[in-house]
Design a protein around this ligand. Structure first.
Ligand code: NAD
Length: 268
């Protein structure tokens, strides 16, 4: 089987990368950076995002393993290299699939499509922004504030959570729109709550100014002459290989509430 490893680049992650690569090569696996069937991301959530963006063009044939070497890895459930290597060699891994956000940006007469594992955000370059929000092509509200965040279910525990959005189980194929500090008065009015938007529904954002800052997961960049941003649940999903059943709600509890008193693991 072809595999590749992406490391955060720190000393610990690089050492684990060396162990993983040598062991798997010795077991007859082939290191293949271009066409890997399995990508092992060693580091934290940022490393998982980096691995996803490196191989998002081949999601159908590539699965991801997230190995955590930091203090908090929301995507990772591996932190023991021996058990990881045994599970890869024995093929005793569980596959879970997570929905993604698809964002089509129309700017300067061109459309560019992005996929996000966590979220897409749109903000102003300086100051607040005005954005018309349309749902399934009907005007819903006119937003003024710091910006808007569109998250996937697995990204709902990232930026979306800091914005007061709901935490969504990744078995639900939805995207979520959350406001960043909306201004509400007699002139500007928004719903104030996050909106959970199902598959096949289309969220269209029509910005009123010319240049905006867009972020797709860990990358931010300015977009000039933006006409609209259309978001929906992507057709493709990401596949993670897990060593054990680690229910999503246990992961949420371990990450945000307490490490020590989770229920025994079992189920997804
Ligand atoms: P980063 O280095 O700024 O780290 C952001 C933190 O978010 C890290 O602690 C990371 O472990 C955590 N994180 C990332 N994805 C997560 C997820 N799905 N669930 C729970 N925690 C998660 O940036 P990074 O590591 O490159 O990650 C980029 C992500 O950071 C963005 O996609 C966005 O979700 C998040 N972010 C959060 C805020 C905020 O909460 N105010 C602001 C900007 C970006």
């Amino acid at each position: 089987m072809e595999f590749a490893v992406i490391s955060r680049g720190d000393e610990v992650s690089e050492a684990k990368k060396e162990i993983v690569t040598q062991y798997l090569n010795g077991q007859g696996f082939n290191y293949n950076q271009v066409f890997p069937r399995v990508v092992i991301a060693i580091g934290g959530d940022g490393t998982v995002l980096q691995a996803f963006h490196t191989y998002k063009h081949r999601l159908e044939s590539t699965a991801f393993i997230a190995y955590n070497t930091g203090h908090l890895g929301f995507y990772s459930d591996w932190d023991n290299v021996e058990s990881l290597l045994e599970a890869i060699v024995d093929s005793s891994l569980i596959t879970v699939e997570y929905p993604l956000v698809q964002a089509e940006v129309e700017a300067d007469g061109q459309t560019v499509t992005y996929q996000a594992l966590n979220d897409v955000t749109i903000k102003g370059v300086k100051g607040s922004v005005q954005i018309d929000v349309r749902l399934n092509n009907h005007h819903f509200e006119s937003f003024k504030g710091d910006g808007l965040c569109i998250s996937s279910p697995s990204g709902s525990t990232g930026y979306n959570k800091s914005l007061g959005g709901a935490i969504v189980h990744p078995s639900l194929e939805i995207i979520q729109l959350s406001e960043m500090a909306s201004i509400n008065n007699r002139v500007y009015r928004t719903i104030g709550s996050s909106l959970v938007i199902p598959k096949h529904h289309i969220l269209t954002l029509l910005p009123k100014a010319d240049t905006y800052m867009l972020s797709v997961d860990h990358e931010s960049f300015p977009v000039e002459s933006i006409q609209q941003l259309t978001c929906s649940v992507a057709k493709e999903k990401i596949r993670f290989l897990r060593c054990r059943s680690f229910p999503f709600w246990n992961r949420v509890k371990e990450a945000f509430i307490s490490l020590n008193d989770c229920e025994p693991r079992g189920g997804r």
